[in-house]
Design a protein around this ligand. Sequence first.
Ligand code: FER
Length: 230
Amino acid sequence: MIKTTYYSKTTGVDRGVHVYLPEGYSPQKKYPVIYVLHGIGGTEDEWIQHGTPKEIADSLIQQGLLKPVILVFPNGRAMNPDTVPSDIFSPAAQAAFGRFEEDLFQNLIPFIEKTYSVYTDRAHRGICGLSMGGGQALNIGLGNPDRFAWVGAFSPAPNTDTKLFRVTARNAPKIYILCGESDYLISVSEGAHQYLSQNKIPHTYKTMPGAHDWPVWKAGLKTFLQDFVR
Ligand code: FER
């Protein structure tokens, strides 16, 4: 796992990001890239500290259940400073999660694509996240279905906005939504599922025992990588 920074024209400062390179990473090869987003109280460090993504990806790749991929863990709150604010629910902090879309497309994706040996087409790019980051993954991924092949949302939060979706049955990425059965935000997952069903957009919606917590999010990342990205 590498920790690095990229300059953001969106926020005017350098922003931290973690990058997982698969074992045996070689600039002679090319890799798909999955952007993995955190929750409302987190930063780029959250998945690394609590989600064991390296263990999950290493194990799947070793077992032949996932091709070698690069995982990118940004700070999804595009503001300056982008440390955790004292009021994580403040309007400014919530707006910064929306502004991240611009930072992703204008700054982070170009940085990743010039720094690492990666495919740059839609067929090799994915986005997923937990809670606030799950809402971002749906808004950004389904709002730009021409740019993502895989979209995963684990317990997506009320920032999920189907009005931002530009997805149709014809252009849909592979979509995976997972929520804990006792998650206090499960109505958001059900709303997204209902929207996609009503619009006949192929997707997978699953629930599992659990609350708004890491066991569900780790299971979500593992299943998303193994069954959707592969
Ligand atoms: C909300 C409740 C929870 C909300 C966001 C969250 C945008 C996010 C929770 C999380 O990221 O864990 O009303 O509104």
